[in-house]
Write a protein that binds this ligand. Structure first.
Ligand code: ADP
Length: 611
């Protein structure tokens, strides 16, 4: 606000001063033109009469009268002549003064207050004319008190001065040239008394203070005929260049009617009038210039305020733009940062994805390897079982072989004796034994054969039969009671017979191991159909499963058996096989003692398999 106020003040003041100076300069130019105009017209007006006094000596009577002053007829003639001349020229009066200063003839000879006979030696124009040949004077007539301009010239007969011809011009005549005055103007004489003024009551005022000496001189010359000579009230304020000055004129009489202001501040320009001791002054009123300067100053103040506001707005806008730009930049930065983060994350993700894919393919590879290893293990498990069973199998086969040997030896002897009936019965027995042996080897071949992954309908009683047949020797040796609880027709499950038998052999084998040394070993086998599932249970009467064993039962290579007896693979392979069938294998302890293994396999929709 302070800045704005200071700016407003400065601009207003500067505008005021500049416009005022410009206005003054313009006023000065106009004033000079007026001075030219007025002075020229005034000169012309005076010039019209200037030659007239000089021409009077052309009139013989005039010179004759001046030489012979007391000649009455001559005086009368000259009087008439002057009267006529005065009338024609339009002057106030024309008269002749002899060298002694006495008026010898006058145009106003008819009037009672005629100049004729008057002594005018006191008039300066007379003395001046005698001294220099010409005299000029402004004054107020002593007889009629009429102001006028006196033009005097000496008249001579060629050798000596005879007298002085005087012509008085009325001020009114001179004032005619003031018709075009637009602003106040005046003419002051050498004493500073206004003798011509465009304003009526300026006349006979003084533009400067008169000294007492001058005033007394006036009394002597009766120049102003004892007029009051009041001061005009002109006060000089400031001197300008080219003779111009700023003045103030005091208000004189409010009743003066004038086309232009006559009081106040003015620009005054003066110039001496050539051929006279007078000074012409024109006044240009400053009010207009002041008004214009004031209005321009007000405009400048308003302009400053506007400019200031526009500046403020622009500044505000610039700041606003700057803020917006900064915000946009920040946004761009945030965006770039986000993009960079997204790119990093994407790269990380794709790396992680790649890693995951690698891991997955590793897992798939590992699973394949595992699957192959499992298959191998299943195979190995079978071979191991065959190995375990080989003693029993050998025994199993030895028995029929020995029987075959005995029967065939006996048959030969019975044939020799001609006992055909006994020979026949022996041969029939031999055939039965070879059938039994064929069954045993067939089962072994089926078991050892690598199982196919194809699932088929398998009757559970057949699977139980086959498994028990393979373990027959061990069961007999251990005097194990086998209890079977299987409804007929037995449930048919969707699985692989070989591998199911492998699981059963494993479970029954484990049961036999668990009941080793048991007084009355017993294995209970059951099968049933439950909804969509076939359930098989293998229960023994052994010690059951401890908590430690239970927790690791299906872990590969977990075994409590002596080295060389068990590999710890049986249950883990069995569980895998059941999984392959889409079934389950669970272990628990029977409430009455012993372990129970439960197999659940989806039932086959096709029903019983073909023989
Ligand atoms: P292995 O028979 O070669 O030891 P398995 O996986 O078949 O391998 O059995 C793992 C272990 O589970 C056995 O060592 C045994 O301790 C325990 N086990 C399995 N079946 C029975 C059972 N019927 N009664 C008690 N323990 C059992």
């Amino acid at each position: 606000m302070l800045l704005l106020l200071t700016l407003m003040g400065l601009c207003g003041f500067t505008a005021y001063r500049v416009v005022q100076q410009l206005g003054l300069a313009e006023l000065q130019t106009t004033g000079l033109h007026r001075l030219d105009l007025y002075s020229t017209s005034l000169e012309r007006e005076i010039g019209k009469y200037a030659f007239l006094p000089d021409t009077l000596d052309l009139e013989r009577d005039v010179l004759a009268l001046l030489e012979n002053k007391d000649h009455a007829t001559l005086a009368a003639q000259v009087n008439v002549y002057l009267e006529q001349l005065n009338e024609r020229a339009g002057t106030l009066s024309i008269y002749l003064i002899d060298t002694s200063g006495r008026v010898v003839a006058s145009s106003n000879w008819r009037r009672t207050d005629s100049f004729v006979g008057e002594d005018l030696t006191f008039r300066p124009y007379f003395r001046e004319a005698l001294e220099s040949g010409h005299g000029r004077f402004f004054g107020i007539g002593t007889t009629r008190g009429e102001p006028g301009y006196y033009l005097a010239s000496t008249l001579s007969d060629g050798s000596k001065t005879l007298g002085v011809a005087v012509l008085k011009v009325s001020l009114e005549q001179l004032e005619k040239s003031w018709a075009t005055v637009e602003t106040p103007a005046m003419v002051s004489d050498e004493n500073g008394v206004v003798i011509l003024g465009s304003v009526a009551n300026w006349k006979f005022t003084t533009v400067r203070a008169l000294e007492e000496k001058t005033r007394s001189a006036f009394d002597q010359t009766q120049q102003y005929n004892r007029r009051a000579l009041k001061p005009l009230g002109l006060k000089e304020l400031r001197e300008l260049d080219h003779g111009a000055r700023l003045v103030s004129i005091a208000k004189d009489d409010p009743a003066i009617a004038s086309a232009y202001p006559v009081a106040g501040r003015f620009l005054a320009q003066s110039r001496p009038l050539p051929g006279t001791p007078w000074t012409l002054t024109v006044f240009s009123h400053l009010k207009q210039v002041d008004d214009i300067a004031q209005s321009r100053a007000a405009l400048a103040v308003v302009g400053t305020v506007l400019l200031f506001m526009v500046g403020m707005m622009l500044n505000e806008r610039r700041r606003h733009l700057k803020d917006r730009l900064a915000a946009r930049e920040a946004l761009q930065q945030a965006h770039d940062e986000l993009e960079r983060k997204v790119a990093t994350r994407t790269a990380d993700l794709s790396t992680a994805n790649q890693q995951l894919q690698d891991e997955v393919s590793d897992r798939i590879r590992a699973e394949r390897t595992l699957r192959a290893a499992q298959d191998e293990l299943v195979q190995a498990g079978k071979l191991a079982a065959i190995g375990q069973l080989s003693t029993g199998i050998a025994h199993e086969l030895n028995q029929p072989l020995a029987a075959l040997r005995t029967l065939s030896g006996n048959s030969v002897r019975f044939l020799d004796r001609g006992d055909l009936a006994t020979t026949r019965s022996n041969l029939e027995r031999i055939a039965q034994l070879t059938d039994r042996m064929g069954r045993i080897t067939g089962q072994l071949r089926t078991f050892a054969h690598k199982s196919s992954a194809q699932l088929q309908a398998v009757a559970l009683d057949r699977a139980l039969d086959n498994s028990l047949a393979l373990l027959e020797q061990r069961l007999l040796q251990a005097h194990v009671t086998v209890r079977r609880d299987c409804p007929l027709p037995a449930p048919v499950a969707l699985c692989d017979a070989d591998r199911l038998e492998q699981v059963l052999i494993n479970l029954i084998g484990n049961a036999l191991d668990a009941m080793a040394g048991h007084a009355a070993p017993c294995i209970e086998l059951s099968c049933e159909a439950l909804g969509q599932l076939a359930r098989l249970t293998v229960r023994d009467h052994g010690p059951g499963l401890t908590e430690t064993v239970m927790s690791q039962l299906f872990v590969a290579f977990f075994t409590t058996k002596q080295a060389g007896v068990g590999l710890g693979l049986g249950l883990s392979i069995s569980a895998d096989i059941m999984r392959d069938f889409g079934g389950t294998l669970n272990a628990s302890n029977h409430p009455e003692g012993g372990a129970v293994f439960t197999l659940e396999i989806p039932l086959s929709e096709k029903g019983a398999p073909h023989e």
